[in-house]
Design a protein around this ligand. Structure first.
Ligand code: 13P
Ligand code: SF4
Length: 353
């Protein structure tokens, strides 16, 4: 058996000590890290024993990101990591639609979702029956689904996109009639971005929203700009158009981190889930986080205990199963995404800096 590196409480504490968000949930003392390390090392041992790999979205709790993750990132990066893994089992620490994406791409592997509440207000806003009705209403449109959708919805759509490639892919699609689902804010941002790029497309969109990102307002940005004039405002395309229009940079979560990494600025307001702010505090200690952030209760419903339980003896609700006929049709929309996403970037560098 391959040996695993046993992490010490001090090593874990070094990664978590600067994190100051999320109230009591995400604040770490050396004593707390001593307790967490017992669970972390038990998970690491079982992971090797069971030939498992742990994929973790950046929004998960920091002790998971820095304690047990083999891969951390946004939904696009993790879907690529899921394709490349040789492990027998994938533990996906995120929400249901991300675990389903890993299963669509790896039908022969066991995929586990440890979360107690793996929902998502976007994915839960639309069903396959809704898409079929829309298909009748908009027969000559190309149906683009955001990755935040169920496998059944993906199976009824033509092309899947993520926040990291939505603009780039829609721009490349030959059809000028697009139906985008399920995010109304991302849909509006898509309309605005295509206009800005002078791409002539008729875009209709569904009415879903992310309950985390819809909280952010442009007034919040004005307030932060007046208090911290040098701060860079970085937002996710699930935010509304007023937020996007007043941000310095808009992109998927990995692109937001990359922007920060390369920016000479010292202060940032991150308009996305608090997990990204935690990563900023842990990985960029010389940069300052200003303003506040919002937690996603679904992403935060993953704990080290849940991961350990899933590895030891998964409950039926933690094991992803997909009927083969649906999986194959959903796989086509993901394959189309990988094909279109071949080159280029979707992030928007604002001209206001
Ligand atoms: P990313 O695609 O940026 O990972 O975002 C997924 C998500 O759920 C954002 O709320
Ligand atoms: Fe869904 Fe919003 Fe949570 Fe992302 S942050 S998983 S879009 S509810």
């Amino acid at each position: 058996m391959i040996a695993f590196h046993e992490i010490t409480a001090q090593e874990l504490y070094e990664k978590l000590r600067n994190i100051r968000i999320g109230g009591n949930v995400c604040q770490y003392s050396l004593k707390k890290c001593e307790e967490l390390t017992l669970l972390v090392n038990e998970i690491q041992r079982l992971k090797v024993e069971k030939n498992a790999v742990i994929l973790v979205h950046s929004y998960a709790n920091p002790e998971i990101v820095y304690g047990v993750a083999d891969f951390v990132g946004d939904s696009y990066k993790l879907s690529r990591d899921a394709i490349n893994t040789h492990a027998k089992t994938i533990v996906f620490v995120a929400v249901r639609f991300m675990g389903e994406t890993a299963k669509i791409l790896n039908p022969e592997k066991e995929v586990l979702i440890p979360a107690r509440d793996p929902g998502c207000t976007l994915a839960d806003s639309i069903t396959a029956d809704d898409v079929n009705r829309l298909r009748v209403q908009y027969p000559d449109h190309t149906f683009i689904c955001y990755v935040n959708t169920s496998v059944e919805v993906k199976a009824e759509c033509d092309i899947c996109v993520t926040s990291a490639n939505v603009y780039q892919i829609v721009q490349k699609i030959p059809n000028d009639k697009i139906y985008f689902l399920p995010d109304k804010f991302m849909g509006m941002n898509l309309v605005n971005e295509m206009k800005r790029r002078m791409i002539d497309k008729t875009i209709h969109f569904w009415s879903g929203s992310c309950y985390v990102h819809e909280e952010y307002t442009r007034e919040q940005i004005f307030k932060v700009r007046s208090e911290y004039p040098d701060a860079k405002i970085v937002s996710h395309p699930e935010c509304n158009e007023g937020v996007v229009a007043n941000s310095d940079f808009v992109g998927g979560t990995e692109q937001m981190l990359d922007y920060m990494r390369k920016s000479p600025a010292k202060q940032f307001l991150m308009l996305t889930e608090c997990g990204l702010s935690s990563r900023l505090q842990s990985e960029f200690p010389d940069k300052e986080l200003v303003g506040s952030c919002t937690l996603c209760k679904y992403m935060k419903s993953n704990s080290l205990e849940d991961i350990l339980g899933a590895l030891k003896n998964p409950q039926p609700r933690q094991v992803v199963t997909i009927p083969e006929a649906i999986r194959q049709r959903a796989a086509k929309s993901l394959e189309a995404m990988f094909m279109y996403a071949g080159q280029g970037s979707t992030s928007v560098k604002k001209t206001c800096e």
